[in-house]
Design a binder for this molecule. Structure first.
Ligand SMILES: Nc1ncnc2c1ncn2[C@@H]1O[C@H](COP(=O)(O)OP(=O)(O)O)[C@@H](O)[C@H]1O
Ligand SMILES: [Mg+2]
Length: 338
């Protein structure tokens, strides 16, 4: 089992099951009450006026349902969706060709929109604002711009790093949705739904166990469910019982608190190498041999939500709860010294 259970990205074989498990309507989409309430109103209003939906920015850590929500929106608006991502739009011409290829009312979903190159972003501005793109024809002194009109459409941008989105781009989104980590009750619903779809015999008593160990993230909940299904198949009679779930969770390295290996390592390193902090994120990431982006996008948001670490102007530090979790409180100070 080398694929990390909390890994931010969906693996290739996972993408297959993911699409099978994706809710397709707003009613099926579990949790995120605030985002759903807003969307429900804006979608109904746009449809009532026979207009396109305003551009939507969806932000939140990986695996919380941003891509799913984009598909749900297109479905609820009865439109086509065209899917691309920031890094895929290398040249402005790529952006221009996608935009001109959209039909009336279509949704353009741009994943990882914070990684959109500046030049492509500039093509997007007039498209979002004036339904037009400005083509430059010719070169040098003879060059002139020609304005090309586009069909009305909706841009949905998804990002794990809203802070990296430029102000002019952010301003062009009329609807801003923030997805938060799911409480265990909602994850329980996600797990029960997925078990039904995947035909996993799951003991209802085991559900809370899975729900509290999924880092507040549906993608991880589904991943754990599939892993436990494997364990049940090989080591048991196929049933995911409480006992089997406990053994399985130990096997895949998820502890009681729902922290996984990299979470624990983060807390341990912050405790032992930096005396609980503050420490800069780059220094920390280097000490963990992880990408700064992974630490910032995946590890820290959850540890922060759990109240184990906090961001200060001087860097990251353990909260009292985090010090306890890292085992610092029992120590007399000498144990973790440099
Ligand atoms: N609100 C939800 N209700 C049920 N399942 C969800 C929900 N949000 C996400 N999921 C599940 O989690 C998986 C990952 O969601 P995804 O939209 O790909 O996350 P993101 O794009 O934010 O990384 C989906 O395949 C889906 O099965
Ligand atoms: Mg996604």
């Amino acid at each position: 089992m080398d694929e990390r259970v909390i890994s931010a990205q969906a693996s290739a074989d996972e993408r297959q099951t993911e699409s099978a498990l994706r809710p397709t309507t707003l009613a099926e989409y579990i949790g995120q009450a605030q985002a759903k309430a807003q969307l429900g109103i804006f979608i109904a209003a746009a449809k009532g006026r026979a207009e396109t939906l305003d551009h939507v920015l969806v932000q939140g850590p990986p695996g919380l349902g941003k891509t799913t929500l984009a598909y749900v929106i297109a479905r609820e608006m009865n439109t086509n969706i065209r899917v691309t991502s920031g890094p895929a739009l290398e040249r402005p011409a790529d952006m221009a060709s996608i935009l001109t290829g959209l039909g009336a009312g279509d949704v353009l979903f741009i994943d990882e929109i914070h990684r959109l190159p500046q030049a492509a972003e500039e093509v997007l501005y007039p498209a979002m604002e004036d339904k037009a793109i400005d083509l430059v024809i010719g070169k040098g002194v003879g060059a002139r711009t020609h304005r090309l009109h586009l069909e009305p459409m909706t841009v949905i941008g998804a990002t794990t790093r809203p802070g990296l989105i430029s102000a002019p781009l952010r301003d062009r989104f009329g609807i801003n949705l923030r997805l938060d980590f799911y409480p265990p009750e909602e994850l329980a619903q996600v797990i029960e739904r997925s078990a039904r779809i995947l035909n996993v015999p799951l003991d209802p008593q085991a559900v809370p166990l899975l729900a509290t160990r999924s880092r507040g993230t549906p993608r991880i909940a589904n991943r754990i469910l599939r892993r436990l299904r494997d364990v049940a198949q090989v080591e048991g009679d196929g049933q995911v019982t409480v006992d089997l779930a406990e053994r399985g969770l130990r096997l895949i390295g998820i502890d009681q608190g729902g922290l996984d290996e990299i979470d624990r390592r983060y807390l341990r390193v912050l405790a032992s190498k930096f005396r609980g902090g503050p420490a800069g994120v780059e220094t920390l990431a280097a000490a963990l041999s992880e990408e700064t982006e992974t630490v910032e996008d995946v590890v820290e948001p959850y540890l922060m939500q759990r109240g184990l670490i906090e961001r200060t102007p001087r860097g990251r530090q353990l909260t009292p709860a985090g010090r306890l979790e890292a085992g610092m409180e029992q120590s007399t100070g000498g144990l973790f010294g440099p």
